[in-house]
Design a protein. Structure first.
Lengths: 216, 569
């Protein structure tokens, strides 16, 4: 086991660590712009159709969203503890925290699936199936277009995160002393926290600004 | 997590391999001799080989995109639309635009010359993420295949801009296939930009401070910023468009209270900066060419370097000038107009500094320099006519006319393609180890310059006279100018085919180049041609600024001039 091992294009392990970290931060920057594009659209329509969007917010399940927020914050904690364990080369602890993070992520997606099922059952899925009898239904449909697109994009990122954690878990189990493990865990941690932060924005924008939002 | 298990554990040294394949003078195996099988190319992680993969792919797309242009120019020979129906013509210009922009111009210089040169110019063995670099090519090919599938399946007729609600609701063409193709190719852009940014930040050789970097590196750095910040926005915009078209989930649909102009805002938020993805790398190439063929330090190095960054930043603030007649608020239009004029400042700084570099330089007129001269003149015309379009009042007159078409072809073809060809010729000896035939090079550069101007200058006049773009028929009094344009396009086409032939020819029959045939400065000229797999035997240390050409009167100058004038005729 050689702590200083690094890929051939780098001079030192520190240089590779710096490159991996900067690469991930740059990638997260692209993610900010990705979500930024669709959030811009949401913000504009919310300003244009405040009433319909407020009504849309009111039809979301606050408590499911709240529980999911708590779950994701907890998963960020387990992820951070995992990075800490990797730094100190405590492999069994690291594996425990990776598994815990994955489980919390899966729980989030499970609750999200229940929410989606409710919404589809209430015929709030935009498109040909959308048919509530409420007035202003078409504007309401626009709100739910954004609800599904935003939370769907976020759920896709969660899925990818869980898949990456699964790969890492296998790698740690097979070769706990591989010198690259710590770097990989740290960089994945950055990604996981970012996906959590996206939800921290989505939760208030979609769920909380509803009934309490400014009257129009 | 992007890597498989092997890479971190490989050896840390200079990785000299013991195989007994042909070695060059320096003793290290060249990247071209490192393996000969198909898999040695398709699974390579060598930035130089990946650059070659991109070069081959892009050349293919360039000629496919060019084919559509040929068909359009043939149709426009006569005033009535005789050959193609208007629907077919709509598909021709759409496929021409989509392929040329997303599958040639945007990736052109970054993925070919950037991939090949950036690690060598900064004294590194490879890019920071070689595997992502290869993935970028595969993603690009996948995107390209979707787009070509759209062509084969019947084409797209929305225009390259995919404006809603036509694209999302009404169009009866292969919008989904083409949209998925462009969507996928965006990831290639993001990966490339991310790789360059990380590499330039973390892997410069000892002593290679930011202000010792070649200006090409600065321009690729600025380009990478745009790729990383802009591309995700077109990605999400296309996702929304595709969701709206396939699942009927409305985002821009007015019947739901959606706004088609929002699509235009999001589209141009990427696609205007993308114009600078297409031109900034060309400017970087021109800086290198001007320095090498005047044998002088580039005048105003920090100004050229920062003007690249300024263009990248300003480029994000001007997208509204595409929407002066799209129902945008007049006040927003005024701000966008003013900001668009500001882009002329850093662009002008570059042109003036290049021109000033010529003053008292030992100017020689090799092929790459002819392309550089072509670039400066044509870019200036394209840039100045851009100011016409940035002026709101004038834009209303020429909006969506051939004036616009001529303007952006002067930038894209007269600028970027000229720079691409100039760069390919300049670094061809480095890439292949062989010299191209100089006489043919100069001849084709001249043919391209003449053909280009004959093609596109009449289009300025056509547009000013009111001929709208995207129509397959036009009034009879405009025929002369259209015939001139088609004649020019024929000459231009010949000009593009000649280099294709002699560059291929030179790979086998060209004279051996040697490490530095131009007697040029720069780390890439200090390694053998073609470079060894790991570029450098030992990590170079940089002690001087870029373009440290000896001053006039120095015997070394005469030596350098003797070398360049000894190029084959």
């Amino acid at each position: 086991m050689n702590r200083d091992a690094h890929a051939h294009q780098f001079d030192t392990a520190e240089q590779q660590d710096a490159a991996a970290r900067l690469g991930m931060w740059t990638f997260l920057l692209t993610e900010v712009l990705l979500f930024g594009g669709i959030l811009t659209g949401y913000a504009i329509y919310r300003a244009e159709h405040g009433d319909a969007f407020t009504a849309g917010s009111a039809r979301l399940d606050f408590w499911l969203g709240f529980i999911n927020t708590a779950i994701l914050i907890a998963s960020s904690l387990t992820m951070a503890l995992g990075v800490h364990a990797a730094e100190h080369r405590r492999h069994r602890l690291l594996m425990f925290f990776l598994a815990a993070t994955m489980l919390l992520g899966a729980a989030f997606l499970g609750i999200k699936a229940i929410e989606y099922a409710h919404k589809i059952h209430e015929r709030l899925l935009p498109g040909p199936l959308f048919a509530p009898a409420a007035p202003g239904a078409r504007r309401l449909e626009l709100f739910f277009s954004f609800y599904f697109a935003l939370t769907g994009m976020h759920a896709l990122h969660m899925l990818i995160g869980i898949a990456i954690l699964a790969v890492l878990l296998v790698m740690v189990a097979r070769r706990p002393d591989a010198p690259s493990i710590h770097r990989r865990i740290e960089v994945t941690g950055l990604y996981w926290h970012f996906v959590d932060i996206v939800w921290i924005f989505l939760f208030p924008l979609l769920y909380l600004l509803g009934p309490a939002g400014p009257a129009r | 997590m992007t890597d498989a298990d092997a890479d971190a554990e490989t050896d840390t040294g200079t990785a000299t391999t013991a195989a007994t394949v042909t070695t060059d003078a320096a003793g290290a195996k060249s990247y071209l001799n490192a393996g000969f099988g198909v898999t040695s190319w398709l699974l390579t992680r060598d930035h130089k080989r990946i650059g070659i993969l991109f070069l081959v792919t892009l050349t293919l797309f360039f000629f496919v995109g060019g084919l559509f242009a040929v068909l359009m120019r043939i149709e426009l020979l006569t005033p009535p639309g005789e050959i193609f129906q208007s629907e077919t013509y709509n598909k021709l210009f759409t496929m021409h635009g989509v392929i040329m922009i997303f599958f040639f111009l945007i990736p052109s210089i970054p993925t070919v010359l950037g991939n090949f040169l950036i690690p060598i110019m900064i004294g590194a063995r490879d890019l920071a993420f070689p595997r992502l670099n290869l993935l970028s090519w595969y993603v690009f090919v996948a995107g390209g295949l979707f787009t070509l599938a759209a062509v084969v399946a019947g084409g797209v007729d929305t225009g390259w801009t995919f404006y809603t609600p036509y694209s999302s609701v009404y169009a009866n063409s292969r919008v989904v296939l083409a949209g998925v193709g462009v969507f996928i190719s965006g990831f290639s852009s993001i990966l490339t930009g991310l790789n360059f940014l990380t590499t330039i930040h973390t892997m410069r050789a000892p002593g290679l401070t930011w202000f010792r970097l070649p200006l090409f590196v600065w321009s690729i750095y600025a380009t990478s910023i745009i790729m990383v910040l802009g591309t995700p926005v077109i990605t999400i915009t296309l996702v929304l468009l595709l969701l709206e078209r396939t699942l009927q989930i409305g985002f821009f649909n007015p019947s739901l209270g959606g706004d088609p102009v929002l699509f235009q805002h999001l589209f141009w938020f990427y696609s205007h900066p993308a114009v600078y993805i297409m031109i900034l790398p060309g400017m970087g190439v021109i800086s290198e060419l001007i320095a090498a063929f005047t044998r002088k330090r580039v005048v105003g190095y920090p100004f050229i370097a920062f003007s690249s960054i300024a263009i990248a930043v300003l480029g994000f603030l001007v997208w509204g000038h595409h929407m002066f007649v799209a129902g945008q608020s007049v006040y927003a239009g005024m701000v966008f107009s003013l900001l668009s004029f500001l882009v002329a400042v850093p662009s002008g700084i570059k042109v003036f500094n290049w021109t000033a570099t010529l003053y008292k330089g030992s100017v020689s007129f090799q092929t790459p320099m002819l392309y550089a001269f072509g670039f400066i003149g044509l870019f200036t015309i394209g840039g100045l006519t851009g100011l016409f379009l940035a002026a709101m009042g004038l834009d209303i007159h020429v909006h969506d006319t051939y004036f616009v078409v001529a303007h952006f072809h002067y930038i894209m073809v007269g600028g970027m393609v000229m720079a691409f060809l100039g760069g390919i010729h300049f670094w061809w000896p480095k890439i292949t180890g062989k010299l191209y035939p100089e006489g043919w090079g100069r001849l084709s550069a001249l043919i391209i310059f003449v053909g280009f101007n004959l093609t596109f200058f009449p289009q300025f006049i056509l547009g000013y006279l009111g001929m709208p773009r995207r129509y397959h028929a036009y009034p009879e009094e405009l025929q002369i100018l259209n015939v001139l344009s088609t004649a020019g396009a024929s000459i231009l086409g010949v000009g593009y085919v000649i280099p294709l032939i002699y560059l291929f020819w030179s790979m086998r029959y060209g004279r051996t180049a040697g490490a530095n045939p131009w007697a040029a400065q720069g780390l890439e000229w200090q390694v053998p041609s073609p470079p060894p797999v790991d570029n450098f035997e030992t990590r170079p240390t940089v002690t001087d600024e870029a373009y440290a050409y000896p001053m006039r009167g120095d015997p070394a100058v005469q030596e350098g001039m003797r070398k360049t004038t000894e190029m084959p005729p």
